[in-house]
Design a protein around this ligand. Structure first.
Ligand SMILES: NC(=O)c1ccc[n+]([C@@H]2O[C@H](COP(=O)([O-])OP(=O)(O)OC[C@H]3O[C@@H](n4cnc5c(N)ncnc54)[C@H](O)[C@@H]3O)[C@@H](O)[C@H]2O)c1
Length: 276
C-alpha cells in the first residue's frame, strides 16, 4: 500500500512552510511552473527527512493540472492539497493573474475534489486583497462561486474592459478563491473531505518582495507599519493556521476563509489605514 499523498502547488515560501507542518510520513508531490523552484524546495526538504517529488506544473493550464494530479495518484491516495501557487499584481499582467490565480485555482479545487480521499483536507492561499475591495452583489458572488471553471473568464465582471488594473484583477481572483472554497466545500463534503482558504496579509516572501520593490511599494510598507501588528508576517504564521485547518482539530471547519493579516483589513476599514 502506498503512502498518503499531498499535492502541493506553488513551491514558494508559504507552500513550503505549510508542507513542513503536515508532510511528515507522507509522499509530497510539489508542482511549480518553474521546475527549478520545485526542485530546490524538494532538495531542501528531502535533506530534512521529507519525501518530496518535484514536478513541472502550470496552474493556468488544465491539462497540466490533470497531469499533476495523476502523478500524485501514482504514489497512493491523495489525502491533502496545498495550493500556494500564484502571481501578484506587480509580477504579471491582468490576463495572467486571472488565468493563474482565479481560473487555475478553480480548476485545481474542482479536480482534486473529484479524487480526494475520505477524510482529506485542503487549503488554498487567497489574500487579504479579496477582503479589501468593495462588496460585490450577491449574484456576482454567486457567479464567482458556481460558474463552471471553463466559463469563468467569460463572465462580464471579469472581461478585460471591466478590470481596471492588475491590482483589481488580483482582488477579483482572491475574492473568487474564497467563493469557490464555499462552493467546493459542499462537493468535498460529499467525499468526507474539507477545503478552506487562508487570506494572508503581507508575508515576507519573494512575491511580497517584488511588491515592496514595485510601483505600490510605499503603499505596502505603510500597510504593515500601520496595521495593529506593526510588521509584516512570516510564512510560518500562515502555516500555524493551515496546521489547524488541516488537522483533526479543524474537523468542524470547512468552506471558510481565514484572514491572517496582522489586522491590516481591520485597520483599512476602521483605523489608520482607512483610505481618505
Ligand atoms: N506573500 C504575501 O504577502 C502574500 C499575501 C497574500 C497572498 N499571498 C498568496 O500566497 C500564494 C503564495 O505566494 P508566496 O508569497 O508564497 O510567493 P512565492 O513567490 O514564494 O511562491 C509562489 C510560487 O508560485 C509559483 N507560480 C507562479 N505562477 C505559477 C503557475 N502558473 N503555475 C504554478 N506555479 C506558479 C512561482 O513560481 C512560485 O514558486 C500566492 O497565491 C499569493 O497570491 C501572498
Amino acid at each position: 500500500m502506498g503512502k498518503d499523498v499531498i499535492l502541493w502547488a506553488g513551491a514558494g515560501q508559504i507552500g513550503m512552510a505549510v508542507a513542513r507542518r503536515i508532510g511528515t510520513g507522507k509522499k509530497i508531490v510539489v508542482g511549480d511552473k518553474k521546475l527549478e523552484n520545485a526542485e530546490s524546495v524538494a532538495k531542501l526538504m528531502n535533506e530534512a527527512g521529507f519525501d518530496v517529488k518535484p514536478v513541472q506544473m502550470d496552474l493556468s493550464d488544465k491539462a497540466s493540472i490533470l497531469n499533476f494530479i495523476e502523478t500524485g495518484q501514482e504514489y497512493g491516495k491523495v489525502s491533502m492539497l496545498i495550493n500556494a501557487a500564484g502571481v501578484s499584481p506587480s509580477q504579471a499582467s491582468i490576463e495572467t493573474i486571472l488565468k493563474v490565480d482565479l481560473y487555475g485555482t478553480a480548476v485545481l479545487l474542482e479536480e482534486v475534489g473529484k479524487i480526494i480521499k475520505d477524510g482529506g483536507t485542503g487549503v488554498t492561499i487567497s489574500s487579504q486583497s479579496g477582503h479589501r475591495m468593495p462588496q460585490l452583489s450577491a449574484s456576482e458572488d454567486e457567479l464567482l462561486a458556481c460558474t463552471p471553471p471553463e466559463e469563468l473568464l467569460s463572465l462580464k465582471i471579469l472581461r478585460p474592459e471591466n478590470i481596471k488594473d492588475t491590482l483589481h484583477a488580483y482582488q477579483m481572483a482572491k475574492r473568487c478563491n474564497e467563493k469557490r472554497v464555499m462552493y467546493e466545500a459542499v462537493r468535498w463534503g460529499e467525499k468526507g473531505a474539507r477545503i478552506n482558504s487562508i487570506s494572508p496579509g503581507i508575508i515576507v516572501t519573494p512575491l511580497a518582495l517584488d511588491e515592496f520593490n514595485g510601483p505600490r511599494g510605499d503603499f505596502y510598507k505603510n500597510m504593515f507599519a500601520k496595521c495593529p501588528a506593526g510588521r509584516p508576517g512570516t510564512a510560518d504564521e500562515v502555516a500555524n493556521v493551515a496546521e489547524l485547518l488541516m488537522s483533526e482539530k479543524g474537523a468542524f471547519i470547512t468552506g471558510t476563509d481565514f484572514l491572517c493579516d496582522g489586522g491590516a483589513t481591520a485597520s483599512y476599514f476602521y483605523g489608520p489605514l482607512k483610505p481618505v
